[in-house]
Design a protein around this ligand. Structure first.
Ligand code: FEO
Length: 166
């Protein structure tokens, strides 16, 4: 049986993961509205990944005999001024999630909850990848600057991103 402090913190993190999913879906919608289908594809896959992260915690909490209580998630930002702005926000968002996961891990240590520590190690590793993926696109967008040709090529490159299960 999981203790209440950890249970509440995991419920909070489920919310953050689903909030991330919602944010990336909103970013996908933005990219589709400006006809950048490759960027939109990247964001749609990211939405799926975040939903999977939320479900990973959801299932873990159930497996530990805890009680999942879904919380309200905020409306995501819907309008952006450029592709670079979107990816800079995605990167900032991932940095925030990394801090949340680290805080959760610290809590699991303080609460002496070994199983939760082990479960969270997957998320700690995943966050390295998440930040790197967003940073890569930010760097490329900065290199592309305002050259439409470079943006077009990057859009094509992002269209080939594969999902986790592919
Ligand atoms: Fe689930 Fe992108 O962190």
């Amino acid at each position: 049986m999981i203790n209440h402090t950890i249970q509440d913190a995991l419920n909070e993190q489920i919310k953050h993961e689903l909030e991330s999913a919602y944010l990336y879906l909103s970013m996908a919608a933005y990219f589709e509205s400006v006809n950048l289908q490759g960027f939109a594809h990247w964001m749609r896959l990211q939405h799926q990944e975040e939903t999977a992260h939320g479900m990973k915690l959801f299932n873990y909490l159930q497996d530990r005999g805890g009680r999942v209580r879904l919380q309200a998630i905020e409306q995501p930002k819907t309008d952006f001024s450029s592709s670079l702005e979107v990816f800079e926000q995605a990167l900032k968002h991932e940095q925030k999630v990394t801090a949340l996961i680290n805080g959760l891990y610290d809590l699991a240590i303080r609460e002496n909850d070994h199983a939760t520590q082990i479960h969270l190690q997957w998320f700690i590793t995943e966050q390295v990848e998440e930040e790197k993926n967003a940073q890569d696109v930010v760097d490329k967008l900065k290199m592309a600057a305002d050259h439409p040709g470079a943006l077009f090529l990057l859009d094509q490159q992002l269209a080939s991103r594969m999902g986790e299960a592919e």
